[in-house]
Design a protein around this ligand. Structure first.
Ligand code: COA
Length: 173
């Protein structure tokens, strides 16, 4: 997944095998230390959770500073074989519900390069809200880079709870 140029199109580069393994180890350590992180997705086959690895969806807290930080961000990356099935939206729906009911967060944000329309479409399917005035230049990306401009989407506990989004049940649920 991390070596696929199409999957990594809106990141600075693909990852080597070593970089990908290190990333996975870092994610695993984070999950052992906190109640949240980037969870691996696996398809269910029958009653068993033994289907193929799909990708990850989860929560993280950016270490850099922007107008909207500190914050908790929801993000996703799926193997290309599993795009177009609703899996990112399905997992993110469960995770937003967990964020507001179990972690008791007041808000979760998400952001992507303004060119990353597939990722932005997930945010929109989740009912997240974008204020165009909050679009920002990602502080870790060179201002002249095509990936600099990012869209910011927000979901608050109040809106999530009142919209009853937990009832969404995409394919594969
Ligand atoms: C961003 C990313 C996770 C989106 O994946 P995706 O498959 O498009 O998103 P979803 O899993 O929500 O699936 C939605 C698609 O499934 C379809 N779908 C089928 N059944 C569905 C259902 N029950 N519910 C919702 N969508 C469904 C939708 O119509 C949509 O298809 P479309 O792309 O033809 O419009 C994926 O493109 C990706 O991994 N990109 C690379 C990594 C990346 O850029 N991450 C974000 C960085 S900010």
């Amino acid at each position: 997944m991390n070596a696929d140029p199409e999957v990594m199109k809106y990141f600075p580069s693909v990852l080597s095998s070593d970089q990908s393994d290190l990333f996975a180890e870092t994610i695993q350590m984070g999950l052992e230390e906190r109640d949240f992180g980037l969870w691996a997705l696996q398809l269910r086959e029958g009653e068993e959770d033994e289907g193929p690895f799909v990708g990850f969806v989860g929560l993280s807290a950016p270490l850099w500073t922007a107008a909207f930080t500190p914050c908790v961000e929801i993000g996703w990356r799926l193997h290309r074989d599993h795009w177009g099935m609703g899996y990112a939206t399905e997992a993110a729906t469960r995770i937003l519900d967990y964020s507001f009911t179990r972690l008791d967060l007041g808000e979760v944000v998400s952001f992507a390069s303004v060119m990353n329309l597939r990722s932005i479409a997930v945010m929109q399917r989740l009912g997240m809200h974008r204020d165009l005035e909050e679009d920002f230049a990602h502080p870790l990306v060179d201002a002249s880079d095509r990936l600099s401009r990012h869209a910011l989407y927000r979901m608050t506990k109040r809106v999530w709870t009142s919209s009853n989004r937990t009832q969404i049940s995409p394919a594969g649920a």
